[in-house]
Design a protein. Structure first.
Length: 204
């Protein structure tokens, strides 16, 4: 499995040789130094830790700076572990060249926060009748019986915070790889706003 950290730059379109159009998301991926390697014998699981995102040294703790200095890495603000058996070693650097055109990937990130929303927008509930005299246009309707159980059961879908949660979009495909500018072009949309950091993993 190939993996890398990236920043979402936005969406655009690419014209292929046959004249068709691909809607793609542009990701500024890597380079990501390897800052730790976990092994099943020592740690109980196999994983590789990558660092990404430049930061000022004053914004990191001494422990974080010391951890990065062990592999001569500059101050970086995001450390993420990818669970996999890997041949990477401490000090190696992962770049977009780890991916090829046509590779299937899944992208994880934090979805856009949309604040407090009602059930129609948050859970796709149907609205009530909009005719004259209706008092239930966007309300969720009955959420609990009066006699039994005389309460609202746990887990019922209702209004509340929408978005701003970890989301994964799978089934995407790498359309183009620009090693010179460290860019990945992925077909389709990925979670999060422009400027958000996402995790890109290859999968079958």
């Amino acid at each position: 499995m190939s993996a890398i950290l990236a920043t979402k730059l936005g969406m655009t379109q690419v014209f292929k040789e046959d004249g068709s159009v691909e809607r793609v998301t542009v990701l500024a991926a890597g380079p990501c130094p390897v800052t730790a390697v976990r092994t099943a014998e020592r740690d109980g699981y196999d994983a590789v830790q990558l660092a990404f995102g430049p930061a000022k040294a004053k914004h990191l703790s001494k422990a974080q700076l010391g951890h990065l200095q062990k592999v001569d890495a500059p101050p970086l603000r995001r450390l993420v572990e990818f669970r996999e058996e890997t041949e990477l070693q401490l000090g190696d650097t992962v770049t977009v060249e780890a991916f090829e055109v046509g590779t299937r990937v899944k992208v994880s990130g934090t979805s856009k926060g949309k604040g407090f929303q009602g059930t129609i927008k948050r859970h796709n509930f149907r609205s009530g009748p909009k005719s004259h005299g209706s008092h239930n246009v966007r309300a969720p309707g009955s959420i609990g019986a009066s006699a039994t159980p005389s309460r609202v059961v746990k887990g019922i879908r209702g209004p509340g915070q929408m978005g701003n949660r970890r989301a994964t979009q799978s089934g995407l495909e790498v359309v183009a790889v620009d090693a010179k500018d460290n860019l990945l072009l992925v077909r389709g949309s990925v979670p999060g706003p422009r400027g958000g950091i996402v995790e890109v993993r290859s999968h079958a």
